[in-house]
Design a protein around this ligand. Sequence first.
Ligand SMILES: Cc1cc2nc3c(=O)[nH]c(=O)nc-3n(C[C@H](O)[C@H](O)[C@H](O)COP(=O)(O)OP(=O)(O)OC[C@H]3O[C@@H](n4cnc5c(N)ncnc54)[C@H](O)[C@@H]3O)c2cc1C
Length: 414
Amino acid sequence: MTVEPLRVVVVGGGAAGFFSAIATAETHPHTQVTLLEASSQPLAKVRISGGGRCNVTHACFDPSRLVQNYPRGGKALLGAFTRFQAQDTVSWFATHGVPLKTEADGRMFPITDTSETIVRCLMDAAKASGVELRTGIPVSSAKILRNNFEVVLKSGHTLECDRLILATGSNPVGYKIAQDLGHTINPPVPSLFTFNIRDENLRKLAGVSVESVGLRLTLPGKSQLEQTGPLLITHWGLSGPSVLKLSAWGARVLHECHYQATLLINWLPPLTQEQVRQKLLAVKNESAKRAIALHRGADLPHRLWQYIISAVGIATEDRWAELSNKTLNQLVQELTQGQYLINGKGVFKEEFVTCGGVNLKEVNFKTMESRIVPGLHFAGEILDIDGVTGGFNFQSAWTTAYLAGVAMGKKEGV
Ligand SMILES: Cc1cc2nc3c(=O)[nH]c(=O)nc-3n(C[C@H](O)[C@H](O)[C@H](O)COP(=O)(O)OP(=O)(O)OC[C@H]3O[C@@H](n4cnc5c(N)ncnc54)[C@H](O)[C@@H]3O)c2cc1C
């Protein structure tokens, strides 16, 4: 008697869809895996990721530290990372012929420095393991039959399968399919964005960067959010790792206040107000006859220093000796708690993700199987998981996809 192969349909040919399809086919060679991708070009985000270099993961190999990079989903991912974490991603790509390298800040890229290497690797691995890739096939819905699923294509055709993996990223159709199958979708909102600041003089400093600033976001009735790190001034406001991290942790609250909030910047962390005051007083005593604009009282880029002193009314020709106590106090305040009004969000082209998606309580993180519909699994950004910038978003996609793939042989709760 011949045994029918287990039919697995993966919806979505992005990072998570490919990785779960490959994990299924490699772990369970008896399965028949069909990967359905709506567009004609699979892996589109992988291709453009990391500025075309694909920041595959982050060199953080301790699950308890790794989870700290996820504003949403960290808790659920802890167990998942003990099964497949960044080190496993490195090994997986190495055994599939793609060595990764680590940059000074921990980000990991293919040594070729091109995302095409990752695209090729996933396409080749899918083909080698027998995954049937079908492109230009948008899925519009899925129905639960007695013991299996009917996947309805936009063309009107249907496809039956025993297991269904939804890996549709932040696509609204994917959320709708999950919702129609009984899942709760936490409302999607953008994460990882830059801040628009309507200050013409600040914008004139576009291109100026500071190695370390302290940022504090104050929102009425909400707890304060803080981040320290590099900052970049842009043509529209502020960007850089500190801003992106703050945007990720504050994604929901910033959305609720329509991206209108006050940002406090300490340009000189870890110095306290008193330490900055003492520093400025020392410069005042030592360099009384020198112009404040030219003889900086803080280790900041020249143009930024001039912008800050002019914000408190210090003229270009003013000398340190002429600095009144009142202006000195204002300068201390501006350097340690400068106020900037966030007026909307910009885009971050290098990496951009959506927070929100399938409610994590409804998913078993050992198998990524739905707790509501047996046989239905989720992988990648469709889940309410998002990380800060640095390779963490792909890592959660690889992890959830891998766990879904290896779990294909089993069925929870039936
Ligand atoms: C510009 C940019 C750069 C990025 N760079 C990085 C980076 O360097 N490092 C990092 O960690 N993260 C990066 N990210 C985030 C990362 O790309 C995502 O977290 C990741 O791609 C999520 O993978 P996914 O497979 O879940 O979703 P996606 O990559 O969005 O894939 C979902 C796929 O499903 C398909 N699909 C959707 N609906 C249907 C349907 N109904 N039927 C059939 N197919 C469907 C879509 O066409 C798509 O191909 C970047 C994001 C962007 C936008």
